[in-house]
Write a protein that binds this ligand. Sequence first.
Ligand code: SAM
Length: 226
Amino acid sequence: MTSRSIRSFVVRNGRMTPAQQRALDELMPVYGLEYQAAAIDLQKIFRRQAPLWVETGFGNGDALLSMAKRYPEKNFLGIEVHAPGVGHLLQGIKNSDLENIRVIRHDAHEVFDNMLAAGSVERVLVFFPDPWPKKRHHKRRIVQAEFVSVIEDALQSSGVLHCATDWQEYAEWMLELLQARKRLKSLAPQGQYSEPPDYRPATRFENRGRRLGHDVFDLLFEKVSA
Ligand SMILES: C[S@@+](CC[C@H](N)C(=O)[O-])C[C@H]1O[C@@H](n2cnc3c(N)ncnc32)[C@H](O)[C@@H]1O
């Protein structure tokens, strides 16, 4: 099995409410993008030129929705494989009448690899990715050198990769991995985590972690100019 055949997610047949199903059927053609193995034309899709923030694994999408409302001057792209979450976000976009957000239901690694042109993204957000706590499952973690490499390609110069987790051992894993990247530089002093930036809303999984008494770790790394 090659490392790219190991997925960071398991496709679950989660419960889909009728409203989520209707949103998928009716709103995916409006706010959704089909996966394609070729770079997309962002200017055409958003009908304007604006900095692009991409959230991968947005869950129910509430954090993404609130950032898109708060920052109308940015374009937002959400990537998620879990259908009920995609339906939930689509409904939220329609209810809020937002123009600056698009959604892809597909593996984020492939989206970065194929759909996002080099230097086209200002900020990549990976909030509370599945920690895959068992050692034998660590290979399923989404934050791996190969994934970070395709993110680096997509980031513009001085663009930022922002990861957050409530799983301390995964935070340490990410810190070690990201500090070793030649194209990234931490926005925190060596060996330390960053303060959570004001723009990051509390997510569903963050709230769950806090209820369990977990600390939360933010990692912000900037792309170094060539
Ligand atoms: C633990 S949840 C966190 C959701 C949300 N960010 C939050 O904080 O509430 C992780 C999410 O990442 C999604 N995911 C995992 N691997 C993915 C991938 N390769 N591409 C897209 N989504 C992925 C899962 O479906 C899941 O919804």
